[in-house]
Design a protein around this ligand. Structure first.
Ligand SMILES: Cc1ncc(COP(=O)(O)O)c(C=O)c1O
Length: 428
């Protein structure tokens, strides 16, 4: 399916801004200067503001309970320990902690990430790791490296909206493979590959954003087998696999597939997203390519944040911290599911993810989650409409709920309010 937007080259800054609320054009004293008429690239003219970031404006309304963003719980940020790491790295590394550093990332952090990966069965060394400014940058870098306009990427359906945004910028086209409870319907994959000759297969294999679903081991084997046979790289975007609440850990795609898989990791959900530190774990042959792309993007990731995270890891604090987050989010997931069972009409179905941050909800066929969102906002609650994750405009009757960010009291209150609204608005 082609979701590439077609717009003419005559696009102006004003047209693009009209599509992007919150950006104000500046006043100028000179009559000759009119920034709204400056010609801009088609890449930017066709760029749509992320629906999720748009939704965050509701989150700032007073009294609103937001289940919309994918924000970690702020009270779980280990502020005191991070503060100690700040002091310690200034003492230990002095000016180096503030200096330009390598585009691949600082060596000790890359080594520490490789070591953690090895413990999870992913054979890696520092040479396989490039530090990025979050996994979002990694997605865009991968598109820069592999996608010419019109190239096809196979994705799950639904899929992560931020990836689509990054891929759209490079005018990718898509083939979608639907999900069921065992993840991507890999049985449909080969046919799609034969038809569309994709450059990449993009998946969020574990506790997927948005659906919370996880690809079964059998499907992982099959996916790796097919991708290897056709020599098509799998990009496994993996912010969530360490946030497991119950069930057995499933061997990662990269542990199964080795060099056919490029895994993206991030400290956003394990530590704090504001640090903006993630990584690419890829085959040694392609890392110099990513290194050059990174240089073009921003030279290197934030040196200070890299040292800070390295110090935190070196003090052995991360594993215990992840246990704490898992306990906190697991309790919140249970609470939200219990409240939904009590307050939502039984015609709404939800997923029961074993980890991650999200529940995925389906309203009865024919319902419109977007329309209902207006009523939800009247009740001062928000969610993200499922259409955001269906680049072809599908999934009208679906929506995503985040359970990590709100506290217990607001989870129950927000679900009660939503339940009241649904009971009133949905056919009984
Ligand atoms: C699947 C997925 N990939 C990437 C990201 C971006 O993560 P980061 O904060 O590391 O850029 C997110 C954030 O929610 C995500 O859910």
């Amino acid at each position: 399916m082609d979701t590439t937007h077609t717009q003419t080259k005559e696009a102006t800054t004003k047209e693009a801004m009209d599509n992007k609320p919150g950006v104000a054009s500046s006043n100028s004293d000179s009559k000759n200067i009119d920034p709204s008429k400056w010609g801009i690239t088609e890449h930017v003219a066709t760029l749509k503001a992320s629906i999720i970031r748009e939704m965050l404006k509701y989150s700032r309304m007073p009294g609103i309970i937001s289940f919309a963003g994918g924000l970690p719980a702020p009270e779980m940020f280990p502020l005191e320990d991070l503060k100690a790491s700040c002091d310690s790295i200034i003492d230990k590394y002095g000016a180096n902690s503030m200096q330009y550093s390598l585009s691949m990332g600082i060596a000790p952090l890359r080594e520490a990430i490789a070591e953690r990966s090895n413990k999870r069965g992913i054979i890696s060394s520092a040479d396989n790791i490039l530090i990025t400014s979050g996994a979002q940058q990694a997605l865009e870098m991968i598109a820069r490296a592999f996608i010419d306009p019109g190239d096809v990427i196979i994705t799950e359906y639904p899929t992560y909206v931020g990836a689509i945004q990054a891929f759209n910028y490079h005018r990718a086209k898509y083939e979608f493979v639907p999900l069921d409870d065992d993840g991507m319907r890999v049985d449909l994959l080969e046919e799609k590959i034969k038809q569309s000759h994709p450059k990449l297969i993009y998946v969020v294999s574990t506790y997927q954003n948005p659906s919370g679903k996880t690809m079964s081991l059998e499907r992982r084997h099959k996916l790796v087998e097919i991708a290897t046979r056709y020599n098509i790289p799998i990009v496994d975007d993996d912010p969530y696999s360490e946030l497991r609440f119950n069930g057995e850990p499933i061997t990662s795609l990269k542990a199964l597939g080795g060099d056919i898989v490029i895994t993206l990791g991030t400290f956003s959900k394990l530590l704090a997203p504001g640090l903006r530190i993630g990584w690419i774990n890829g085959p040694k042959e392609v890392m110099p390519l990513f290194e050059r792309v990174k240089q073009v993007s921003d030279l290197h990731a934030n040196t200070f944040a890299q040292y800070m995270i390295y110090d935190y890891l070196d003090r052995g604090l991360l594993e215990g911290h992840i246990d704490d987050i898992r306990a906190d989010y697991s309790a919140k997931r249970d609470l939200m599911i219990k409240a939904i069972e009590e307050h939502f009409p039984s015609s709404i179905t939800i997923t029961h993810p074993e980890g991650g941050l999200f529940l995925w909800c389906e309203l009865p066929e024919g319902s419109d989650a977007h329309k209902l969102l207006e009523y939800a906002v009247e009740e001062k609650v928000t969610y993200v409409i499922g259409q955001a994750f269906h680049p072809d405009g599908g999934g009208k009757n679906t929506f995503r709920l985040n359970f990590s960010n709100a506290n217990h009291e607001t989870i129950v209150e927000g679900i009660k309010r939503l339940g009241r609204m649904f009971a009133k608005r949905l056919p009984s």
